[in-house]
Ligand binder design. Structure first.
Ligand code: G1P
Length: 290
């Protein structure tokens, strides 16, 4: 089967970024000149998927406005002859078929994914978490889809993480069956270092079979008192094959202040329009500090 749908959970309260997220969604914080969630939607589209469900919640309306048309803005830009901006603004509204559903209570990632059940139906689907930005020549999701086409089973993106940081991730246990591919036997959400079965942490990219919904429906609150996607995947791994895929590329945790700064700086360095001047500025700044 082909993966035709993607789900982007975006209902979290963004407490790690308060007070910036008091009155605006964390997904709308800009990385240079695009909100974080636009990078995620672009990754989905570049990977060949056009139907996207964003799980939102209270106070997230700016996300819908961002991907909607803005007739006043388009009129203004046309009047002023700003054709390039006009194209850019229109492109955002046309790039995918974006649907929305609200998660009325913040009950965890697993619960958010369960809210996608009627959109997804009985098909495999992708899940992308907005906190994880992956910079890669071939989008991380496209790399995973290639493996999915071959194995026709659940695939989770994994990355080796430092032992002292395993408590931030879902951690897999399994065996590397070939370069970059793991057969996953078990998963643990946010273990203590002494309980971690490996150092392979789940990154916020998943391709999941629809069987996960029955597992989610009976998943009880786990780590942090929330319904965890990892706990449902653990059940799935007992019933069918689950693979881990160590993707090519560099991941940033844009939901964390330091990760967000790193992503901003490195993305700016890569940009054709900003990079050269920005790098020169950084070099001068650092030489003044040393
Ligand atoms: C979530 C998942 C976790 C995963 C992580 C990746 O945690 O629950 O398994 O490793 O995303 O970013 P969160 O970062 O939302 O606490």
């Amino acid at each position: 089967m082909k993966v035709k749908k993607a789900v982007i959970p975006a209902a979290g309260l963004g407490t790690r970024f308060l007070p910036a997220t008091k009155a605006q969604p964390k997904e709308m914080l800009p990385l240079i000149d695009r909100p974080i969630i636009q990078y995620i939607v672009e990754e989905v589209v570049e990977s060949g998927i056009e139907d996207i469900l964003i799980i939102t919640g209270r106070g997230k309306r700016a996300i819908e406005d961002h991907f909607d048309c803005s007739l006043e803005l388009e009129y203004f830009l046309r009047e002023k002859g700003k054709e390039e901006w006009l194209r850019e603004v229109r492109k955002i509204a046309q790039m995918a078929n974006i649907h929305y559903v609200r998660q009325c209570e913040p009950r965890g990632l697993g619960h958010a994914v369960l809210c996608a059940q009627s959109f997804v139906g009985d098909e495999p689907f992708a899940v992308l978490l907005g906190d994880d930005i992956v910079m890669a020549e071939k989008p991380c999701l496209a790399q995973m889809l290639e493996l999915f086409e071959e194995v026709q089973a659940t695939v989770v993106a994994v990355e080796r993480v430092p032992l002292k940081e395993v408590f931030r991730y879902g951690i897999i246990s399994g065996e590397e069956i070939r370069t970059r591919v793991f057969a996953v036997h078990d998963l643990v959400e946010k273990p203590k270092p002494e309980d971690a079965p490996s150092r392979w942490g789940v990154t916020g990219r998943y391709i999941i079979t629809p069987r996960v919904f029955s597992a989610l429906a009976t998943t009880r609150p786990g780590a942090g008192g929330e319904i965890q996607l990892t706990d449902a995947l653990k059940v799935l791994a007992k019933e069918e094959k689950v693979f881990g895929y160590a993707f090519y590329g560099k991941r940033y945790d844009a939901g964390d202040k330091l990760g967000y700064l790193k992503a901003t700086v490195e993305l700016a360095m890569e940009r054709e329009d900003l990079g050269p001047a920005f790098i020169e500025y950084l070099q001068t700044l650092l030489s003044e500090r040393i």
